[in-house]
Write a protein that binds this ligand. Structure first.
Ligand code: UDX
Length: 461
């Protein structure tokens, strides 16, 4: 089975970049990315892509209009494809059974129904969306029940491990590609067809093949382990502050143990992003549904720790500012959940700003990539009223405008440009004492002290 034509349902953070990479590496394959959202498709077809990722524009422009197409015309794209990637959203359910924990699979379901409706011949369906275990089986049964023609389907699981901000390099040079398939002759044939696509640029030994459920579960477990490392080091950051230790020194000391390794040991205001919390909650839900209460509680504690890290940061600010931030200007540097992305999903900054606004602070936000509309939407979603947004939230054009007249300044995202701020200038612009709360430990501690700031740096005693 040779793949000549690929269709992708969902033009978001996963679908868009992944398909752009496949198109760039496989000029002989036609790749069509579909989405029902016309504005998003228009953006992919324009100079201003809907996703900001270093290097993404270049690879999109390389193939767009040649073997890479973006369209809202779903049906013909599905009908013409040998292989269909499902990259639709799987948000946490906000209603009914499993609300707040389980994944909402309605977009996956409608994708499966649409595929069944318009397909003929042999099709391979690849689930790439982050999903709970056994979604592939659900896709299979929806398709089997709705298959009106004599089309045949193979469902594969191919979880995405790219991290935002480094998506292009992650995809270009992945640690591994994971593909799960059914252990039948047809399943193995489909699996090899997808392996052949990736082999255009990924060495075969880095392509791991497993059964369907192992593949689906591995995605949840990978994210749970990564998030657990951050919660572990964040728990230690509080202890470092209490004891006078330095969390970065502890990270360096333990990270040189080759069994532990140096990555994902950077203490922060708490992890964000579309995956970690959602996948942890999915894992918890999965454990609970098999009556595995202790494993469920164990993984839930990773989320609890993360929530605590965010709220204790706000508490630290309020206590330090003489127990009140009422009417005080707090400059917020960074709103994205990490640097080099315009994505704010689950960003620690959202809860931190919400809680500061609840204390009646005036928050003045600067982020180099996140527009006001996004910040406003995020704050509305966590219950901040439009009235409070109008009265208590300001957007600044740069860090200096944010610092002007501020009682305190907090760094929440580790954007590189914050590492070399003109500290004397910031100090002069701020009210005195000039308080700094560095939630990412990116500012130079000695220079802050030298220039007269009262600085709190996460994890530093
Ligand atoms: C993550 C996984 O890394 C990726 O493999 C998966 O496909 C999707 O989820 P992503 O959410 O894009 O990727 O970013 P990641 O770099 O993992 O960062 C997640 C959060 O953890 C960010 O808020 C980041 O600032 C935070 N983080 C990361 C830390 O606080 N400390 C660290 O040491 C690393």
């Amino acid at each position: 089975m040779k793949i000549n034509s690929i269709c992708c349902l969902g033009a978001g953070y996963v679908g868009g970049p992944t398909m752009a990479m496949i198109a760039a590496k496989c000029p002989h394959i036609t790749v069509t990315v579909c989405d029902m959202n016309q504005a998003r498709i228009d953006a992919w077809n324009s100079d201003t892509l809907p996703v900001y990722e270093p290097g993404l524009k270049e690879i999109v422009e390389k193939s767009r209009g040649k073997n890479l197409h973006f369209t809202t015309d779903l049906k013909p794209s599905i009908a013409g494809a040998d292989l269909i990637f499902v990259c639709v959203g799987t948000p946490t359910k906000s209603y009914g059974i499993g609300a707040g924990r389980a994944a909402d699979l309605r977009y996956i379901e409608s994708a499966a129904r649409l595929i069944a409706e318009v397909s003929e011949g042999n099709k391979i369906i690849v689930e790439k969306s982050t999903i709970p275990v056994k979604t592939a089986t659900a896709i299979q049964s929806i398709i089997a029940a709705n298959n009106s023609s004599n089309a045949t389907f193979q469902v594969l699981s191919n979880p995405e491990f790219l991290a935002e901000g480094t998506a292009v390099t992650d995809m270009e040079n992945p640690d591994r590609i994971l593909i799960g398939g059914e252990q039948t002759p047809e399943g193995r044939e489909a699996l090899e067809a997808l392996v052949a696509v990736y082999e255009n640029w990924v060495p075969r030994e880095r392509i791991i093949t497993t059964n369907l459920w192992s593949s689906e579960l591995s995605k949840l477990v990978a994210n749970a382990f990564l998030a657990q490392r951050i919660s572990s080091i964040n728990s230690i950051s509080a202890l470092c502050e209490a004891t006078g230790a330095d969390v970065d020194e502890v990270s360096r000391a333990i990270g040189t143990d080759s069994r532990i390794g140096p990555k994902f040991l950077k203490s922060s205001v708490g992890f964000g992003g579309s995956c970690f919390q959602k996948d942890l909650l999915n894992l918890v839900y999965l454990c609970e549904s098999f009556n595995l209460h202790e494993p469920a509680a164990y993984w839930r504690s990773v989320v609890t720790m993360n929530d605590w890290q965010k709220s204790r940061f706000v508490e630290k600010i309020v206590r330090t500012l003489f127990n009140t931030v009422n009417g005080k200007r707090i400059a917020i540097l960074g709103f994205a959940f990490k640097k080099d992305t315009n994505d704010t999903r689950e960003s620690a900054a959202i809860n931190i700003c919400r809680d500061l606004i609840a204390e009646n602070a005036q928050v003045v936000i600067y982020d180099p990539r996140v527009p006001f509309a996004t910040i406003q939407r995020d704050l509305l979603e966590v219950g901040v009223s439009q009235q409070l947004i109008d009265s208590n939230v300001e957007i600044a054009a740069d860090p200096y405008a944010a610092a002007k007249g501020a009682h305190a300044l907090a760094t929440l995202t580790e954007w590189d440009e914050f590492r070399d701020l003109d500290l004397p200038k910031i100090h002069e612009l701020m009210l005195k004492p000039a308080f700094v709360f560095d939630g990412r430990a990116i500012l130079p501690a000695e220079a802050l002290a030298k220039h007269g700031f009262e600085a709190f740096i996460i994890g530093k005693g």
